[in-house]
Structures are given as C-alpha cells and as structure tokens.
Design a protein around this ligand. Structure first.
Ligand code: DGY
Length: 321
C-alpha cells in the first residue's frame, strides 16, 4: 500500500500508517500544496490522506487512476468531488464526532469575542490606546437571556446550543432535518430561515458547504437581521456572501460578526480586515492538541480500512460497501 499524506499531521497518525503501509510519504511542505504539486505527488498512490484545503477533483483522479481510497483529515468534504469518487469506486472517509466539542468551543469563543468587543479592547490595551476606565467605552451586547439561532443542527450546531445552557437562552434552529431529540433536550424550536434571521440575537452557522448552502446568507438575508444581531460562522466561508457581509458590517447594519472561515480562504474580501466589528480567526475550529491527534489517528485508521477492502468507520460514500 502506497499512500500520500498531503501535509504533516500529528505523529500517531503517521506511525499507524507506517505499521501497515509499505510506502508512507508526507508532503515536505508546511503549506497547502498547489494543484500541480498535489497531482504530481499523488501519482501512483493507492490512497491519499488529504486536508480540507486539497481539491480532489476529476482532473486529479484522471491523472491518478491507481487511487482507491481517500481519507479526509476533517469533517467537511466539500474539497472532494464525492460523486466522481463514487463513480470510480474510490472510498472516501472523514472525521466527524472527534472535533464537535473543539469546534463548538471555538464558536463560543467567537460569540463572546464579538459580543463584547474583546479583540478591539485587547488591541487598544496592547497598543497603549486605552486611556483608562470610562462608562461609555467598549459597550458590548449581553448574551444571557438572548435568543440563539442555529443554522444547521448537525453534531456541531447541536453542541453549540447545548453549551448555551448556562446562559438561559432561547434556542431557534433551522436545518434540513427536524431534530426531535435535540428539541426535547434543549427546548430548541424549529423555524424557517427568515424567522430565525429576524428573531435571533446571535446566529451561528453550522451547515456543510453544498450547492444549496453556497451564499445561503447573502445581502437579502443580512437585511433581515436585527441591528443588534451577531453573526458567527465556523462552518465554511462561502455559505456567507462575504462582500455583502463587509457592506453590512461597514454600514453597522448588524452589531458584529465572528468568522473562523472565509469565502476565498486564506484571502479575505477587501475591507474585511479593516473592520473592528468583526472577529477574524484563522480556521482553528478543530485546532486543539487532543482533537487534531484524534483526527490523525482516525483518518489513518479509515485509510487503512479502505485500502484493506473494509468499510471505514466513517464512510462518506457508504454505498460502496
Ligand atoms: C473540518 O473538519 O471540516 C474543519 O473545517 C477542519 O478543521
């Protein structure tokens, strides 16, 4: 078994691969590979352990006909052309579950930071721009007792809602599926998207990126938000029309936003980084030592299973087994 790991991952994952595979090559570059580099390094492989930043498309698969399995180091698989893989009987797996808490925690970090102007205040103190305490300074929005709107009630969306328990919040959600257990355990109420956008004080996006969710939040949806609303995105950047969001934040039509992901990642839409009413994180949703180690082990296990002809624990195209 000859596999490529497209970027260094925590060592336990590599060790596991080396115990089973004849050849395990890890990209020597500590950066996203270009399409050409990815293609050149993937030739002749049986399996790939890919990052969520690696586009795996028909062009790559055409050039690398020996590939039988692709294990994505992450839960989102929008970087992989799944129908194309399925058509070629290439197994695809991902790493759901192990990153739920970490991503939900990052979401709350963004909620707090955006609601209370944490970054703006920190910059002022650090750059000696803070003149000392004063009643009208850095006034934020409270969180306790407010309405939390969850868009996409999968594992992460549900966990974010559960974590609100200590803040006595009302929870609204909009999702493809009505989740009765979630409603029972959190008191969450299903609503249509416009109602959620018009009603919620804090809106947090947790939907996968698909053709249906691309620009789910555009100018007309942003116009529905309250002027006091806070918009958080830890899912995928293109779910929000970033140019429309910049406009909305610049015109102060909403209170603040918190982003971990970007439409043209790692590029930012012009104007976004000049705004102080947005908190900008570098896609660190799952970035804890524990979580990334679990993701490494899990993605290595999945790759080995698929290459040995077994169904991985987390198949993305389960119809192949
Ligand atoms: C994922 O798992 O999809 C994250 O975005 C990567 O940490």
């Amino acid at each position: 078994m000859n596999v490529l790991v497209t970027r260094a991952i925590p060592e336990p994952g590599i060790t596991l691969l080396k115990q089973t595979c004849t050849t395990v090559d890890v990209s020597p570059h500590d950066r996203v590979l270009s399409s050409d580099e990815l293609l050149a390094m993937s030739r002749g492989r049986d399996g790939l352990l890919t990052m969520v930043t690696d586009p795996v498309n028909a062009q790559l698969l055409d050039a690398c006909p020996t590939i039988r399995a692709i294990s994505n180091f992450g839960v989102g698989t929008n970087n992989i052309d799944i129908p194309e893989c399925t058509r070629r009987r290439i197994g695809v797996a991902n790493t759901p579950g192990v990153l739920t808490d970490a991503t939900a925690e990052t979401t709350w970090a963004l909620i707090f930071a955006a609601a209370r102007g944490v970054i703006e205040g920190e910059i002022a103190v650090r750059t000696a721009q803070w003149p000392g305490w004063g009643p009208p300074q850095y006034l934020g929005m409270g969180i306790t007792g407010k309405t939390l709107g969850i868009i996409g009630a999968g594992r992460i969306g549900q966990r974010v809602a559960e974590m609100s328990r200590g803040f006595n919040m009302r929870i609204l959600y909009h999702s493809r599926t009505v989740r009765r257990d979630f409603e029972r355990s959190t008191g969450a109420r299903f609503t249509d998207l416009p109602t959620l956008l018009r009603t919620a004080d804090i809106i947090s996006i947790h939907t996968p990126l698909t053709a249906r969710t691309r620009h789910l939040i555009g100018a007309s949806q942003l116009a529905m938000l309250k002027p006091t609303a806070i918009l958080i995105n830890t899912s995928r950047g293109p779910v929000i029309d970033e140019a429309a969001l910049v406009e909305s934040l610049r015109e102060k039509r909403i209170f603040a936003a918190g982003l971990d992901v970007y439409e043209y990642e790692p590029e930012l839409t012009t104007g976004l980084r000049d705004l102080l009413n947005v908190v900008l994180l570098p896609h660190i949703g799952s970035a804890t030592v524990e979580t990334r180690t679990k993701m490494a082990l899990m993605s290595a296990e999945h790759l080995i299973s698929m290459l040995q002809g077994r169904r991985p624990a987390c198949p993305v195209n389960p119809e192949l087994w």
